[in-house]
Design a protein around this ligand. Sequence first.
Ligand SMILES: [Zn+2]
Length: 425
Amino acid sequence: MKIRLTYYVLIVFAIFSCDTLEIKDPISDYDLESEINIVEKDADLKRFLDENGFFNAKVFDVGEFYLIDNCHSVEKDALRNGDYFLKSNPNAQAVTNNLVSGNFFSFRTIRIRVDDSTMPFGGIHDWRPEITQAINDLNSVRNFRLRFELVSDGNFDILVRREPFNFIEDRDLRIRVIASAGFPTNGNPGSIIRINTLWGFGLNTGMKRNNMVHEIGHTIGFRHTNWNLSPNIEPSGASGANTIPATYSNDPQSVMNKGTALNVWSGFSLNDIVSFRTIYPFNNQEKPLYTFFRAVPNFNGIFRHWWTGNWLEGTSIITNNQNFLPSGVTGFIYNNPQQGSTPLYRHYSAGMDSYYLSTNSSEQGFINSTVIGHAYNSPGQGRIPVYLWFHPNEGHYISTNQNDARISGSGWVGGNVSFYVEGWF
Ligand SMILES: [Zn+2]
């Protein structure tokens, strides 16, 4: 017997995006293995959980796929194929053509006001506490030039209103939609967030908070993270869908996924952070440290890792050597020197046909030393260490995760801190 996951998804593109209830069959009749055994037996799964920030997640082995935290399914075939790890550009998080205008090194404050005539004070239909929480969540994103503020009177940019969703003719759909929001227009955020008056009952405070972060995300142009995943592909439509480098649409932790209106807030995914800081950076000299992996062995029989702070350079290595694919982001570096920073060099070994990353301008046995950005030699507020390993079959590998699943096999040496980058949170 198989579990059937049924998603009811409503796509109303161009005008607004809606978030719908996800309905699942119960899983209680399954003979479930303990999470520890499942994860320890499957290195691919362990790596997936590590990379996607699933700490202490409940994992069920249900045959063809794993079910994580009763919510996310991870297909075993896709796990084996590396689909979750090696990201190609087309399947990426996306923003609309219209964005909120503003300038680098300048915060823009977006005022959010509640329509008091439609939302009571106190009780389960009062979403103000969760709106405040969502605003704090968004304001906590680092190097993000949009700031949000809840105002009780005066001018505002976004109005939050409770209303019956009579604009959806299909009654079955109408009762499943929890909230909707508009995309930006004329350089301003989408002006209205609507909350369905049918909802409130049955939504806990974490769900409301999750919905509000999600809807505010739409008002500043973020589309659904899984917009491009079959079978429910959302057309880019008049709103447009411009992809964000090194993000991907199969990011189960993303707050911007569709069909997740009953998810309880658990923070931004790492890719959400990349998206926000890429689209609306305060300091636009900050860049993700883009990491690439070549899963096909070179003439020496080794896999290769490669890094850049310049996505265009990354796309060229994909184009010129099709076996290199993006494999994520290793924190954030800078295009130009910052106070206390040091250049980060990418070195090349002709003998091994392999790459190495360090803060030394030259390394014995390596050539073509190139500055790819600026990082730090010492710890500091907000910085995280980058660890370095070496494997005879893979060359050098870096990660901000000291227990990275990739280095769990035999043959890896190293594991010392190599340099520091700007952290995620
Ligand atoms: Zn949505």
